[in-house]
Design a protein around this ligand. Sequence first.
Ligand SMILES: C[S@@+](CC[C@H](N)C(=O)[O-])C[C@H]1O[C@@H](n2cnc3c(N)ncnc32)[C@H](O)[C@@H]1O
Length: 480
Amino acid sequence: MEDLQADLSASGLTVSTTPEKGRCLLSIKDFSPGEVIISQEPYVSVPNNSAVHSRCEGCFRSSNLKKCSACHVVWYCGSTCQKSDWKLHRLECNALSRLEKERQKSLTPSIRLMVKLYMRRKLQSEKIMPTTARDNYNLVEALVSHITDIDEKQLVLYAQMANLVNLILQWPDINVKEIAENFSKLACNAHTICDGELRPLGTGLYPVISIINHSCLPNSVLVFEERLAVVRAVQHIPKGTEVLISYIETAGSTITRQKALKEQYLFTCTCPRCIRMGQYDDIEESAILEGYRCKDDGCDGFLLRDSDDEGFICQQCGLVRNKEEIKRLASELKPLSDKATMSSSSHYLEATSIYKTIEKLQTKLFHPFSINLMRTREAILKILMEMKDWRAALTYCKLTIPVYQRVYPGFHPLLGLQYYTCGKLEWLLGETEDAVKSLTKAADILQITHGTNTTFMKELLFKLEEARAEASHKRSSKDE
Ligand SMILES: C[S@@+](CC[C@H](N)C(=O)[O-])C[C@H]1O[C@@H](n2cnc3c(N)ncnc32)[C@H](O)[C@@H]1O
């Protein structure tokens, strides 16, 4: 711990403890928006491989892959990744090779992550792999597990998973109870590794990044550059402030966010957004994000239940919406949502048609800033992009932007990415001036959240330059 404190203080950080949150990471210097606060390679990581889609164990890329010829489980993109993973994979390879084919196929990322965790610990304790202040098993031991707070069903599941790890490792004197507790640690400390566009690629354990606590109004953001976890400030962080990231999707109402945090991370959030729970502005926000729309199409008031529980009253114009009508619309929606989830991956036209019916019903039912409606439009946008229907995709992308601005304020990567999609579509459709505006907004946000050095950001900045050059060329040809 002393080593870690010394190492962190050189980066302007320190670890402290509070009774409410346990350990926390504090700044001991000012950080500006966009500045890297801390970065860390994973202690262990695994890609989300499936029968149809695999990734390199080293860099998570999905092109030019070759399977390890001994275990037939792990993939590599080339000799560089294979060599750098060899010390660890040599142990894993032996263990995986002993398994029956069917068992190999059913290995989940969590099981593989745990097997790799034990192997890394062994290699470091035998000094075959080096340790540093930020890279040692003591940091994993210090992670919270909440083992005494989880329910019986979950405990049984962890025990079964621990038995499977034990069976794979076949090490004498292994502590199966400790493995089960480590699964509980993974549940509240491991991170989903995403690409620049926030698509999930795998899972990793970053024991120093795991010291950072949650806020629904965070001052920092966690992104990944391949497997490297990078935390950047999204606002000015004065010296002596706690560094906070968001663990969850922050678009939901306070009740939804609190439920998600309690279920996975077993705590009650008291951030500045959550502390307002039950106050009028919080009730208003929930009613807008997850509630119903006014009967009058021209009114964008939010609705609250009336005192007799007969219906919902618009807080702007006073019109009452009947409970039965709302129930009827909701019951029409339910089977459609199930149908849409099942059809979307294969039949684009069928899926678009179902989602558009859902959108129509949701437009009648929910507030215009509803998250449900936003999700449906995101789903339609995704399918239209797959179908390369750029014009319709742009229409849907634009429909989501006002909701994104509301639910992802400030330097939020999701807002930046949505502007980026808009800009790329406008560029493809020859709407160059609009493309410049959208790509500029995307770059303004994503330079803060993602930095400027990654391939992803270089591509965005290059596109913006191209769009600017073409826009100025178009303007000058018009003038002639
Ligand atoms: C990834 S760990 C963060 C570091 C942790 N505080 C520690 O001592 O190691 C996640 C756990 O930290 C605690 N935590 C994180 N954010 C919190 C918050 N805003 N309020 C209370 N507890 C929090 C919860 O116990 C949660 O399960």
